[in-house]
Design a protein around this ligand. Structure first.
Ligand SMILES: [Zn+2]
Length: 377
């Protein structure tokens, strides 16, 4: 994998560039839609491509439970199984084990948990996480880490940093000792932990840098901490992380979070918001967040967002979308997802083009000013 930076903003850390994987070029900064269980919910790969999606994210925990990584390998990789020809990043499974499964026990050896589906017992080790992601065929593999809950005390965060450090070595060694399963490179991204504690973040960065070949992730943010603390940590990461590698800010975020984080030198993002909120009738628009189920859209025959060029906005009225949500028609969720992903993808394109043109600072100032009037943007 290669990362080439093409433009730097002069007075902050924003940059744009390209990540090259076997499955194509990824223009950065990039937003990665979530395809939890081998599907970006309601959207097929052809439409995803039309929306200029360059890379999607798959979830190790879910795919391990169903349909199983061996089956996906038998299908010829996750790309082949779901017919997605571009890049895929898989998470380590750790975050879901902590948040979804019934957690039984965490130790230096790994995490024992019970499936949220049927209560069956499993044990994730760093090696097993690597083995699953290797079989899935991900272009980017995330290290197995411990992500402490927001507002964890210092001692728990310190332990999580220690375990993450211990585990990165195991992940790295395991991958290095396996023969390739596919004819493409699978790049390991370490994940910096340390919550909002500067000293521990620094320690985590120092311990992980030797394992970062082309890319490093920042975990443990956007999990419920104060926004101010999150951005202070992002700024600290901007100072400490290598500049020549892509920086992946995990789980972020809202549109304004993306713009601010790009200003602090972040390159990759993922978040459930555009897709999950769409399925709940919440749309991101140039006029703020719209809840399409609101009664005021009952006979609104105009479109969702006059500034949007998506299929939904070009062809359907608010009243029709509201009707679809009202009768719980899956088409409503699909049209809403198309719109929200278009909002995010268009925003990222704007970010990239303004960085390349040298006017990201003035554009972002304007955008953040406009959006400050809209709650949740
Ligand atoms: Zn639209």
């Amino acid at each position: 994998m290669q990362f080439i930076i093409s433009h730097w903003e002069k007075s902050n850390s924003a940059r744009c560039g390209v990540i090259k994987t076997h499955h194509g070029e990824i223009q950065t900064p990039v937003f990665m839609p979530i395809g939890t269980q081998g599907a970006v919910k309601t959207i097929d790969p052809e439409v995803l491509s039309h929306l200029h999606t360059q890379i999607i994210l798959g979830n190790t925990y879910h795919l391990y439970l169903r349909p199983g990584h061996e089956l996906i390998h038998k299908a010829g990789s996750l790309h082949a199984f779901m017919n997605w020809k571009k890049s895929i990043l898989t998470d380590s499974g750790g975050f879901q084990v902590f948040s979804l499964a019934q957690l039984n026990k965490i130790s230096d050896e790994g995490v024992a948990f019970q499936s949220h589906l049927d209560g069956s017992r499993h044990f994730f080790t760093p090696e097993l996480s690597m083995e699953i992601q290797r079989h899935l065929g991900a272009d980017i593999i995330m290290a197995f880490d411990e992500c402490p809950a927001a507002k964890s005390d210092q001692a728990s965060v310190e332990k999580a940093v220690e375990r993450t450090t211990l585990w990165i070595d195991q992940c790295h060694n395991y991958l290095n000792n396996q023969a390739p399963l596919y004819d493409w490179e699978q790049t390991l991204f370490p994940i910096v932990q340390g919550s909002i504690y500067k000293r521990m973040r620094k320690r985590s960065v120092e311990a992980l840098i030797p394992y970062a070949d082309c890319g490093i992730a920042i975990g443990g943010l956007a999990v419920g901490e104060e926004k101010k603390s999150m951005f202070e940590t992002v700024d600290q990461m901007d100072e400490l992380l290598p500049q020549d590698q892509p920086r992946y800010l995990m789980g972020v975020g809202r549109p304004t979070d993306l713009v601010k984080s790009v200003s602090s030198g972040m390159d990759m993002f993922d978040c459930v918001l555009p897709t999950r909120n769409a399925r709940n009738g919440q749309m991101f628009t140039s006029q703020g967040i719209i809840n399409i189920e609101n009664n005021r859209y009952k006979d609104e025959f105009g479109t969702l967002d006059p500034e949007c060029n998506c299929y939904t906005c070009q062809n359907f009225s608010c009243a029709y979308l509201r009707h679809l949500f009202n009768i719980k028609e899956v088409l409503g969720m699909r049209l809403a997802t198309i719109h929200n992903l278009t909002y995010y993808m268009t925003l990222m394109e704007k970010i990239r083009s303004t960085i390349a043109a040298g006017d990201f600072i003035s554009w972002s100032k304007n955008y953040l000013g406009e959006m400050s009037a809209h709650k949740g943007m």
